[in-house]
Design a protein around this ligand. Structure first.
Ligand SMILES: Cc1ncc(COP(=O)(O)O)c(C=O)c1O
Length: 413
C-alpha cells in the first residue's frame, strides 16, 4: 500500500466550510476556526428532531440519549481516549479549567506547589493560581527570552516532591511553538506530579492523542477545530474518579463524566462535534489513507501540516525580508515544531495600525495579547500594543497569504 498523498484538494476542502465562499480572507483562525457544514447540519438536526430530555423510556428520549452517547464516543475517538467516560464536555476551555480547579481544590494543602508557564493562555494559569488562596505556591516555568523556548532543564529545576501539578500548553497561541509535552510528562511523573495540557492552539493543526501525549489532563475547544462553541476535558479515569464531585449530592462520585458536568453538557453542540471526526476521515480517505479511522484522521493532519508549513513559510520568508520586523516565535516551519500562528512586531509602529490597514481589504487578522498577557508583558511587547497575529488553517490558500503580504507591504518599510 503506497503511503497516503499529502497534497490537499483545496477546492474540495473549502467547499466543506460555507463561510469561506464569501471571499473574505480569514487569517484569525487561532481566534476561532470556520465551521464545517456537516457540523452545523448536525446541530440543526439535533435541535429539530431530538431536543427532549434524556434518559426517559419514550422513543424520542432514547434516541436523544443514544445521540449524546454517540457524540461522546466520537470525541473519545478524535482524541484517542481509552475510555469514553473520560470525556468531560463543557462550554469552553476556560470554564472547564475552572471546573477542574474546583474538583481538585479539596486535595490541595498549604505548601503544595503548582507549576505554570508564562507562555500559556490565562485559561491554563488563572484556575491554578486560585490555589494560592489555599496556601499553595505558584511557580513559573518561564520561556527563555532569547530562544523563546520552554527549556526542559528549567522545568526539571522547578520540580520537587512538593509539586502536585504542572500546567503547560501544547502549542502557544502567540509563538506557534509546539512544546515538548511528552518529555515534560516524563519529568513531571518522575517527580510524582500530574500534567495538565492546554491543547487549544494545537488541536486544529495536529491530531490529538491523549495517550501518546503522556499527560494526565488534556483540554481544548471545538470552536478552534472546525466545530461549535463547546470544549472537551479529557482526564485519566482513575484521576477523574478521585476528584471531588461538582454535581448534586445524590450524583455518585463514581459517575464520570457526569459528576464533573454540572447541568450536563450541551447536547446539540456535542452531537455536532461528530462531524469533525467524519470530516477528517473523509479527507484522509481522499488522500488514499487505508486502515482505521484514526489512521485516516492522521493522514488528514499530515497533509494539513505540509500545507500549513508552506503557508507559514511564505509569510515568515516575507517577514524575514523586512528589517523593522521581529517575529515572536520560530523563524521557519520546517521541523514540525511550529503551527501556522505567526506573531510579529514592527519597530516604530503600533500593532493596531498595521491591523487596521489590513482590515480595509477584507482580510481578518488581529493584534493584542490574546490572553497570553504574561508572555506579552514578560517580553516587553505591550509597548507595541501587543503583537500582530496572523493565524492560518489548512483551508487557507497561498493566494490568500500573498494578498495579506501585499497589503502588509504597504505599511511595513
Ligand atoms: C491556547 C488557548 N488556550 C485557551 C483558550 C481559551 O479557550 P476558551 O475560549 O474555549 O475558553 C484559548 C482561546 O483563545 C487559547 O488560544
Amino acid at each position: 500500500m503506497p503511503p497516503p498523498n499529502t497534497e490537499l484538494d483545496l477546492e474540495r476542502i473549502r467547499s466543506e466550510f460555507p463561510a469561506l465562499a464569501s471571499g473574505f480572507v480569514y487569517l484569525d483562525n487561532a481566534g476561532g476556526s470556520m465551521v464545517l457544514r456537516r457540523v452545523a447540519d448536525r446541530v440543526r438536526d439535533y435541535l429539530l428532531s431530538s431536543s427532549v430530555q434524556l434518559g426517559a423510556g419514550y422513543s424520542h428520549s432514547q434516541d436523544a440519549s443514544a445521540k449524546v452517547l454517540q457524540a461522546r464516543k466520537a470525541v473519545a475517538e478524535l482524541i484517542n481516549a481509552p475510555f469514553d467516560d473520560e470525556v468531560v464536555m463543557g462550554g469552553s476551555t476556560t470554564a472547564l479549567m475552572f471546573q477542574l480547579g474546583h474538583a481538585i481544590a479539596p486535595g490541595i494543602r498549604p505548601g503544595d506547589e503548582i507549576i505554570v508557564t508564562n507562555t500559556d493562555h490565562e485559561a491554563n494559569i488563572g484556575a491554578w493560581s486560585r490555589f494560592q488562596q489555599a496556601g499553595a505556591v505558584l511557580r513559573f516555568w518561564n520561556v527563555n527570552p532569547q530562544t523563546l523556548e520552554l527549556d526542559l532543564a528549567d522545568l526539571q529545576n522547578l520540580l520537587s516532591d512538593r509539586v502536585k501539578w504542572v500546567a503547560m500548553t501544547h502549542a502557544s497561541n502567540i509563538l506557534g511553538t509546539v512544546n515538548p509535552v511528552v518529555e515534560a510528562a516524563a519529568l513531571v511523573h518522575a517527580a510524582g506530579a500530574r500534567l495538565c495540557v492546554d491543547a487549544v492552539a494545537y488541536a486544529p493543526h495536529r491530531l490529538v492523542d491523549v495517550v501518546a501525549s503522556g499527560a494526565d489532563v488534556v483540554v481544548f475547544s471545538f470552536y478552534k477545530v472546525f466545530g461549535p462553541h463547546c470544549a472537551v476535558l479529557w482526564g485519566r479515569r482513575e484521576l477523574l474518579l478521585g476528584l471531588a464531585s461538582l454535581n448534586h449530592y445524590f450524583i455518585s462520585a463514581q459517575t464520570i463524566p457526569y459528576k464533573l458536568q454540572p447541568g450536563n453538557l450541551n447536547y446539540e453542540l456535542a452531537f455536532g462535534c461528530i462531524g469533525i471526526g467524519d470530516y477528517l476521515v473523509d479527507v484522509g480517505k481522499g488522500l488514499g489513507a487505508a486502515g482505521s479511522r484514526r489512521r485516516q484522521m492522521q493522514a488528514a493532519f499530515d497533509a494539513f501540516e505540509v500545507h500549513e508549513n508552506r503557508l507559514a513559510n511564505r509569510l515568515l520568508d516575507y517577514l524575514a525580508s523586512k528589517v523593522a520586523v521581529r517575529v515572536i516565535g520560530r523563524r521557519n516551519a520546517d521541523d514540525g515544531r511550529r503551527v501556522p500562528t505567526v506573531s510579529f512586531v514592527v519597530e516604530g509602529q503600533q500593532s493596531e495600525s498595521i491591523v487596521s490597514h489590513v482590515d480595509q481589504f477584507g482580510i481578518g487578522i488581529r493584534f493584542g495579547d490574546f490572553y497570553a498577557k504574561r508572555l506579552i508583558d514578560s517580553l516587553g511587547l505591550e509597548r507595541y500594543g501587543g503583537v500582530v497575529r496572523v493565524s492560518a488553517a489548512h483551508y487557507n490558500t497561498p493566494g490568500e497569504v500573498d494578498q495579506l503580504i501585499s497589503h502588509l507591504d504597504e505599511v511595513i518599510v
